[in-house]
Design a protein around this ligand. Structure first.
Ligand code: NAG
Length: 282
């Protein structure tokens, strides 16, 4: 996309999201954790009646950590775009959580339909990439795209605030554009580095000051892997709930000093066979 079409696209997103937000009722608070393909025992589970969620968590991934140690490349893998590999936090998903640290999942709703989000496809490719070549499990026993997994597992539980797949992705993109964690961290001197270690408290404080919410931070060893931003049901910022039974509390998951690894731009050169297989499967 060119810069001006980018800007026009963003504007459209903002207008559409504002229209949706205007109809959303206000509500309560946020926070959670998700491991792709690993079903949680805390959530309600398929088929059970699950009560309405309490708050949203926008979970963001750091490509420098996600792409560390990647051995296989394919066209769908965000790590394998050479010069186009993302250099910013990207979207993992918009999750619906309960205040007690658990969450509903796989609620009633239609299966993922790629046609519904076709108008958002270039934004999804760019800002919401998968960092794996494998397909991701969905709620109905099958496997599919990362987007399908996020919609079916989390998006379907966003009623009565978000009613459909298109708006789930639109609203998530809109939040992501409005809460630019990469920008906030860069401005405070927390820039990607393979040698620096930064105080976790400083990183959390930078986000608190910028967005008026306390995030949850998740690490792999001492590398920041995810940052979660939490929102009430009316999308006003709120603190994330720190879960005691999961590794998402900033104190439990991350050490006192953390790193923001540089992003390696892998080339998708040698794995033609695998990407062909994946494209056929998708
Ligand atoms: C967020 O900020 C970074 C660093 O300033 C910038 O490169 C990126 O384009 C911004 N992302 C969005 C979605 O505005």
């Amino acid at each position: 996309m060119t810069r001006s079409s980018d800007r026009a696209f963003l504007l459209l997103l903002l207008i559409a999201a504002a229209a949706v937000l205007a109809t959303a009722d206000s509500g309560l608070p946020v926070m959670e954790e998700d491991l792709d393909g690993i079903e949680s025992v805390v959530g309600g589970g398929l088929g059970k009646k699950q009560r309405e969620f309490d708050y949203f968590a926008l979970s963001l991934q750091w490509p420098g950590t996600m792409c560390n140690g990647i051995k296989k490349c394919c066209t769908k893998n965000g790590c394998c775009r050479g010069a186009d590999t993302p250099q910013v936090f990207t979207i993992h998903g918009l999750w619906t959580d309960y205040n007690d640290g658990s969450w509903p999942e796989c609620c009633d709703g239609p299966s993922f339909d790629p046609n519904e989000v076709a108008p958002l496809q270039s934004a999804l490719d760019r800002y919401w990439p998968s960092y794996s070549c494998s397909k991701t499990s969905n709620c109905h026993g099958g496997k599919g795209t990362f987007w399908g997994h996020e919609w079916e597992k989390h998006g379907t539980c966003a009623n009565p605030v978000i009613h459909d797949e298109y708006n789930y992705f639109l609203i998530t993109l809109n939040l992501y554009f409005n809460y630019n964690v990469t920008k906030v961290l860069n401005e405070e001197g927390y820039v990607p580095s393979n040698s620096e270690r930064y105080p976790l408290g400083g990183i959390i404080a930078a986000i608190e000051n910028a967005f008026h919410l306390t995030p949850a931070v998740e690490c792999t060893k001492d590398s920041i892997k995810e940052i979660h931003l939490c929102f009430y049901k009316d999308f006003k910022p709120r603190d994330c709930v720190l879960q005691t039974n999961k590794m998402v509390t900033s104190s439990a998951s991350c050490p006192e000093y953390v790193s923001l690894p540089e992003i390696e731009s892998l080339e998708n050169g040698n794995d033609v066979l695998e990407s062909l297989e994946l494209d056929a499967a998708l």
